[in-house]
Ligand binder design. Structure first.
Ligand code: COA
Length: 215
């Protein structure tokens, strides 16, 4: 058992440990709680200004002690981070997760190492976290936000079905100032509709669209 697992067992109680530490699987990814042996891989990916400037709290430069603190606090506060790893070889590609505030909706977040951008991993991971929140944690709605200068994140949020609900300001640790953000929300009803549309059994019975096809 790792130091983190021992620590979590103390805080969660042995029999509850598993429910404290979900593993979420998607078609190409496995999302799991970070462990201390992940520190070098996390640092190698996260120590990049292009990531830090789009996230609220990621330090830059990002050192081993930052990863250790992040991992030590994982799942012991309101923050519930998960590493995004590839199903094929377990390689780390980024991180996702959610914040569970005492009041208000849980909010998702994510970042990927730059070498892994543009392959749909963030959308795949974010959808898994959203499904987890509605299915396993009884959320009635999920929140997300993105800097107005971050079209890639905005697109991920839209592809998950979130609706724009307004603008606001968020503190940026890197810039040491507040930055404009767009705020989004996905409620349970809309999520359930989207899931039904994506369900392969329901899709099979849907009519084929023939517009534009030649006979
Ligand atoms: C945001 C981030 C996670 C996206 O990761 P990703 O794996 O590339 O995301 P996906 O491939 O699932 O989807 C990205 C979408 O944005 C689109 N996109 C990327 N750059 C874009 C740009 N400059 N303008 C418009 N759309 C853009 C992509 O085309 C894709 O949409 P599509 O599938 O319709 O083509 C990644 O860029 C990142 O880690 N950025 C830094 C950290 C960050 O922004 N975190 C989110 C904080 S809110």
């Amino acid at each position: 058992m790792t130091a983190l697992e021992t620590e979590l067992e103390g805080r969660c109680g042995g029999e509850l440990l598993e429910s404290c530490m979900p593993v979420l699987e998607t078609e190409r990814l496995v999302l799991r709680v970070p462990r201390f042996e992940d520190v070098p891989a996390v640092v190698a990916l996260a120590n990049d200004r292009r990531i830090a400037e789009m996230t609220a709290n990621l330090p830059h430069p990002y050192a081993a002690k930052d990863a250790e603190t992040w991992i030590a606090n994982a799942w012991t506060s309101q923050d519930h981070p998960l590493l995004i790893t590839l199903k094929t070889n377990g390689a780390l590609v980024g991180a996702t997760g959610f914040v569970m505030p005492e009041l208000g909706d849980p909010e998702i977040g994510y970042w990927l190492g730059t070498a892994h951008w543009g392959r749909g991993y963030a959308t795949e991971a974010a959808r898994a976290v959203v499904d987890h929140l509605f299915t396993d944690r009884g959320a009635e709605a999920v929140a997300a936000r993105a800097r107005v200068v971050n079209p890639a994140s905005r697109r991920v949020i839209e592809k998950c079905g979130f609706q724009w609900i307004g603008a606001g300001l968020t503190r940026s640790r890197l810039l040491a100032s507040s930055v404009p953000v767009d705020k989004f929300r996905l409620d349970r009803t809309l999520w359930a509709s989207l899931k039904a549309w994506r369900d392969p059994i329901l899709r099979r019975s849907a009519p084929k669209v023939l517009i534009g096809e030649r006979s």
